[in-house]
Design a protein around this ligand. Structure first.
Ligand code: NAP
Length: 258
């Protein structure tokens, strides 16, 4: 049985989004994929079609609320929506540029709301699936949600915002038959991390990350955080008194802008 026959993914033109699309691209499945780069998006769609899925593509920017509303409301039944599109930035050897901070919040927070809110409204009117839920909305946060990393202030804050929003909103959406999930991966080998010039412990392949995410959603987990050891470290560091944590994190190597 296909777990999620009708799925929609933002940021499907690269990295984790590609792996999620390919993992969902089973014969009989329908995928709605979006990204900004038309050529890369079409290449992903071709691969998914070759695996037997029906694929619709849309080139759009998640910051465009009206375009997102149109796209999602016209997609038809949606069993799973993955708000995956995101960008990173960093301080480099200086501080975080003002425009970079604004861009990160616009994409990683407003872009996630532009995806999740129309999805929730569309799901609220559809019949439950065999798993008993009308639909699932998963936001791609990060283990960065749990640590105020001084080398990527806006990124950490944006991921914390969407992780907490999804987990809190699940309580009321459950009553309407909709599940929310916060996906919190550690380091994944994608173009986003390709320029990181520091060690990335327990770096994972995107295919492994996608499998863990989809298994966690199917199992009904509210928070899907991995790898386990890095999650534990993130929670411990995040729970330190802020002054101690700041002194510890100051020793971490800088994250350069991408
Ligand atoms: N890689 C990691 O280690 C890691 C860890 C934790 C969380 N994450 C999160 O996972 C998600 C995917 O990251 P990734 O590593 O796969 O990065 P990636 O390879 O750089 O892919 C990012 C995707 O987001 C899309 N995107 C960015 N801005 C957009 C916008 N304004 N409108 C529409 N699409 C936009 C990109 O589309 P185009 O390429 O077409 O522009 C691309 O498809 C992000 O939310 C990221 O923060 C990544």
């Amino acid at each position: 049985m296909i777990r999620f026959p009708n799925a929609l993914i933002t940021g499907a033109s690269s990295g984790i989004g590609v792996a999620l699309a390919r993992a969902l691209a089973l014969p009989g499945a329908t995928l709605h994929l979006s990204g900004r780069d038309a050529a890369r998006l079409e290449a992903v769609a071709a691969t998914c079609r070759a695996q037997g899925a029906t694929v619709h593509t849309q080139v759009l920017d998640v910051r465009d609320a009206a375009a997102m509303q149109d796209w999602i409301s016209q997609a038809g039944r949606l069993d799973l929506v993955l708000a995956n599109a995101g960008i990173g930035t960093g301080t480099g050897d200086g501080t975080e540029p003002a425009q970079a901070a604004r861009d990160v919040f616009d994409t990683n927070v407003t872009g996630v709301l532009n995806t999740a809110l129309p999805a929730i409204e569309a799901m609220a009117t559809q019949a439950p699936a065999p798993d008993g839920w009308r639909g699932h909305v998963a936001v791609v946060a990060s283990l960065a949600a749990f640590v105020a990393g001084p080398s990527a202030p806006a990124y950490c804050a944006s991921k914390s915002a969407v992780q907490r929003w999804a987990e809190a909103r699940d309580a009321t959406e459950r009553k309407r038959g909709i599940r929310m999930h916060a996906l919190c991966p550690g380091f994944i080998r994608t173009p986003m991390t390709a320029s990181n010039a520091f060690p990335m412990p327990w770096l994972m392949e995107p295919e492994d990350a996608a499998r863990r995410m989809l298994d966690g959603i199917a199992a009904g987990k509210l928070r899907i955080a991995f790898p386990r050891r890095l999650y534990a470290i993130s929670r411990v560091v995040g729970a330190l008194p802020p002054g101690w944590r700041a002194r510890l994190m100051e020793r971490a190597p800088p994250k350069h802008q991408v």
